[in-house]
Ligand binder design. Structure first.
Ligand SMILES: Cc1cc2nc3c(=O)[nH]c(=O)nc-3n(C[C@H](O)[C@H](O)[C@H](O)COP(=O)(O)O)c2cc1C
Length: 357
C-alpha cells in the first residue's frame, strides 16, 4: 500500500477462482507521518481533560485517532526551586500571583507530575497509537528537566504549549518572541523526543516567527492554541475567566496560516481549532495540515464523534476518487490558483463586494 494512496484492490481473485466476478473494494489509506511517527490516520485527539483518562484514550484509539495528546502539565507544577519565579519576577513583577496559593491549586492539576508520568507509562503500554505528552509553559526554567522524565516514561513525542500574554507596554514583541524561542531551545536541549510547539495566532509576522521556532528545534507546529478570553461579570463587577468551546468558523485562522506556511517551512503542521465536520478535516488537509486535532467536538459528543470524522474523511476521499497524498497541500499558498485570496487583495475584494440587503 502506498503512503496516502489507495491500497491495491481487496478481494482480488483467490487462486483457482478467477472465474468469480471481481468485486473491487477500494480501501482508502489514511496513514500519515507526523513528527517522524507512523499514524494510522491524520485525526489526532488533541490535549484536553479527556485524554488524562486511560479508558477514554482507549476509546479514542478505537474510534480511529492516529495519535493522542495528553493534557498539559503546567511548567510551574514541577518548578519548585523558584528559579522560574525569580526569572518571572524580573520580567513581570506585578503579575505574580500568590505563590503558595497557586502551588496548592496546581499540585493536583491533571493529577500532578508523578501520577501524570505513571499514566503516561500505562497509556504507552496499553495503546498502539503514539502517545504525545504535553507541557504548558511561558518562560524558560529548570522545569525543562521534566521533558527528560517524559521521555523515560515512554512518551512518543512532546507537545510544548507556549502561552504567554504580555500586558506591559515596555515588553516588546521581539522580547516576547525571544522568550518563546528560548523555551523551545531549552526543551530541545533537554530531550530527544520529537517536539511539536503549540502557539496562538497573534504574532506580527507569523511566517518569520514560525521559521525561527523551527530553527530553534520545533519539528512541528500546532496551529493554533485558543486563548480563553475573559469576560466581564457585571453583577460582581469583575473580570473572570470563561471557557467557551470553539465554533466551526474558528478553523479559518489555521486554514489561512497553514496554507501560507505549508511550502515555506520544513516542519509538520497540525491544525487545531473549530474542527467539527468531515469537511473541516478535508479543508485542513487541503491547505496542507499533516494532522488535524479535535478537542471541543469530542468534549461535546464523546469519542464516537472522532470515529465519524475519520469515516467522513474516508468517504470524502472515496467519493472524490482521490488520495490523502493528492489532497494534502493542494490549496497551500504556492499551489492554490489565487494566492492573493490569502492576502490584502482578498480583504479589499470582500469588503468592496459586500452588499447590504
Ligand atoms: C477544557 C479544555 C482543556 C484544554 N486543555 C489543554 C491542555 O491541557 N493543553 C493544550 O495544549 N491545550 C488544551 N486545550 C486546547 C485544545 O487542545 C485545542 O487546542 C483547542 O480547544 C482548539 O481545538 P478545538 O476547537 O478542537 O476545541 C484545552 C481545551 C479545552 C476546551
Amino acid at each position: 500500500m502506498t503512503k496516502g494512496g489507495r491500497s491495491s484492490p481487496e478481494g482480488s481473485p483467490a487462486p483457482g477462482k478467477s472465474d468469480q466476478p471481481k468485486v473491487l473494494v477500494m480501501a482508502v489509506d489514511l496513514s500519515t507521518r507526523y513528527l517522524g511517527l507512523e499514524l494510522s490516520s491524520p485525526l489526532v485527539a488533541g490535549a484536553s481533560p479527556l485524554t488524562i483518562d486511560l479508558d477514554v484514550l482507549q476509546r479514542l484509539q478505537d474510534a480511529g485517532a492516529g495519535a493522542v495528546v495528553m493534557p498539559s502539565l503546567f511548567a510551574e507544577q514541577f518548578e519548585r526551586d523558584e528559579h522560574l519565579w525569580t526569572w518571572l519576577h524580573e520580567f513581570q513583577p506585578e503579575e505574580l500571583p500568590d505563590l503558595p496559593q497557586l502551588y496548592a491549586q496546581l499540585k493536583d492539576y491533571n493529577q500532578g507530575p508523578v501520577q501524570y508520568l505513571r499514566l503516561l507509562e500505562q497509556a504507552r503500554q496499553r495503546l498502539s497509537v503514539p502517545v504525545i505528552a504535553s507541557i504548558n509553559a511561558q518562560a524558560p526554567g529548570d522545569w525543562t528537566r521534566f521533558a527528560t522524565w517524559l521521555e523515560q516514561a515512554g512518551a512518543d513525542a512532546l507537545e510544548l504549549n507556549i502561552y504567554y500574554v504580555p500586558t506591559r507596554p515596555e515588553v516588546s514583541s521581539q522580547q516576547v518572541e525571544q522568550q518563546y524561542l528560548e523555551v523551545v531551545q531549552q526543551v530541545r536541549q533537554a530531550t530527544r523526543l520529537p517536539l511539536a510547539v503549540k502557539i496562538g495566532p497573534y504574532f506580527t509576522s507569523l511566517p518569520h516567527f514560525a521559521a525561527q521556532l523551527v530553527a530553534s528545534g520545533a519539528e512541528a507546529l500546532v496551529l493554533f492554541n485558543r486563548y480563553l478570553e475573559p469576560d466581564v461579570n457585571l453583577e460582581k463587577m469583575c473580570i473572570e475567566p470563561v471557557l467557551v468551546l470553539s465554533s466551526r468558523h474558528e478553523l479559518r485562522l489555521p486554514l489561512r496560516w497553514i496554507s501560507v506556511l505549508r511550502d515555506q517551512l520544513s516542519a509538520d503542521l497540525a491544525a487545531s481549532s473549530g474542527v467539527q465536520q468531515p469537511e473541516d478535516v478535508v479543508k485542513a488537509l487541503a491547505v496542507g495540515a499533516d494532522v488535524v486535532m479535535v478537542v471541543g467536538h469530542v468534549l461535546r459528543h464523546g469519542p464516537q464523534a472522532l470515529a465519524e470524522l475519520v469515516e467522513g474523511l474516508r468517504r470524502w476521499l472515496e467519493e472524490h476518487e482521490t488520495t490523502l497524498d493528492e489532497l494534502r497541500g493542494r490549496l497551500s499558498m504556492s499551489r492554490c490558483g489565487d494566492p492573493a485570496s490569502l492576502q490584502r487583495a482578498n480583504y479589499m475584494q470582500t469588503v468592496v463586494s459586500y452588499r447590504t440587503s
